[in-house]
Design a binder for this molecule. Structure first.
Ligand code: XIL
Length: 350
């Protein structure tokens, strides 16, 4: 009898040990199942490997992945002449395994640049071939696997001038066009995006970006560019929907695709709240609904997708970057879908 009891206890413990469920497996139908455009999420590969709850959500609800940091210049190219592919390769394999598309972020930026690039000593021609090597090596490696790239991120300053970066300083203002050409020559199939923030409410910056697009399209041969990523780090009320719509209209007027590339909806922009209330959650739900609904108004061939910038509120960059409490994403700390998730779903079904 005791032996049988011991056996039962042993088997039960064994089964418990094998169970790596989180208790929060996604129950709703996949978010992407109702969408006719990619529904993406920014991910951290470490979390994807180690956290089953996190992975379950990514696999179940999204059909597009953006590495939150894993393909940035410092992550992929930490030393001169040395590329670190492990993280990016992991994500490429993950996407192949689960049939997700991969949006590459980002080939060239002024932030998260490795120290060796910041300190690089060389003639302007050497700077140019250094950056060209960076762009082409990455695009070549993932050609056929990364379906679209943020080629250049945030090249314009708030006053609409080209931002004063090491790239502009050493290569000249035409570095942006050169990056797009290098990427396009290396993988002609990849969709190429320019990505930036504040375009819907900063007219000077939007005009500068549109001016760049016009210039690209009028060159002979044209500089390849397929679309604009609007980062969409917004709040529940700012910027107003009308100004987002106007910016989108101008972009689509150029025949370019639009991505909402880094969507999050801050509920505590001023950092004055310590708790999330139902009222805040409802406002976020309505805001997501309006944004997704607006996005669906784009012609189908210009909808490159919506990507949310993180999985759960606990992972959001806003908390660590701005050192404030906030609840900007679709899932709560325990990976439960928030009202915002259902607002997103509702707008897709509407
Ligand atoms: C952020 C990441 O989310 C953080 O983890 C990192 O510490 C800093 O960068 N615009 C962009 C993104 O294009 O790459 C940034 O991502 C957020 C702002």
């Amino acid at each position: 009898m005791i032996r049988i009891l011991l056996l039962i206890v042993f088997v039960t413990l064994l089964l418990l040990g094998c169970d790596n469920s989180t208790g929060h497996e996604p129950k709703d139908k996949p978010l992407y199942s109702k969408a006719d455009f990619p529904i993406g999420v920014a991910v951290d590969s470490e979390r994807l490997r180690k956290d089953a709850g996190y992975r379950d959500i990514v696999v179940h609800h999204f059909n597009s992945i953006t590495p939150e940091n894993g393909m940035k210049m410092d992550a992929v190219h930490p030393r001169e002449g040395r590329f670190f592919w492990e993280e990016a390769d992991y994500l490429v394999e993950f996407c192949a395994q689960y049939n997700k598309r991969l949006h590459g972020h980002v080939l060239v930026w002024h932030s998260q640049v490795p120290v060796w690039m910041e300190d690089y000593q060389g003639t302007d021609a050497e700077w140019e071939s250094m950056l060209k090597g960076h762009v082409q090596t990455i695009v070549r490696r993932y050609s056929g696997e990364v379906s679209s790239w943020d080629v250049v991120n945030e090249a314009f300053a708030d006053d609409g001038e080209l931002r004063d970066t090491i790239w502009r300083h050493h290569i000249g203002g035409d570095y942006v066009a050169k990056c797009f050409r290098w990427a396009g020559d290396t993988d002609p199939e990849a969709r190429l995006f320019y990505n930036d923030y504040s375009l819907p409410y900063n007219q000077s910056k939007l005009d500068a970006v549109l001016g760049m697009v016009d210039d690209f399209q009028h060159r002979e041969p044209p500089v390849p560019i397929d679309g604009i990523g609007l980062q969409m780090h917004v709040t529940d009320s700012f910027p107003p929907m009308d100004s987002i719509r106007e910016a989108m209209d101008k972009i689509r007027g150029r025949g370019l695709e639009v991505r909402f590339s880094e969507l999050d909806i801050s509920l505590n922009f001023l950092g004055i709240y310590t708790d999330l209330t139902e009222d805040m959650e409802q406002r976020q739900r309505e805001r997501v609904f309006d944004l997704v609904d607006l996005y669906r108004g784009l012609p189908e061939d210009l909808r490159a997708g919506i990507t949310v910038w993180g999985v759960s509120d606990a992972d959001s960059w806003i908390r660590h970057h701005y050192h404030r409490m906030d609840w900007p994403l679709l899932f709560d700390e325990d990976y439960r879908p928030k009202p915002a998730f259902y607002g997103f779903m509702e707008a897709l079904e509407y």
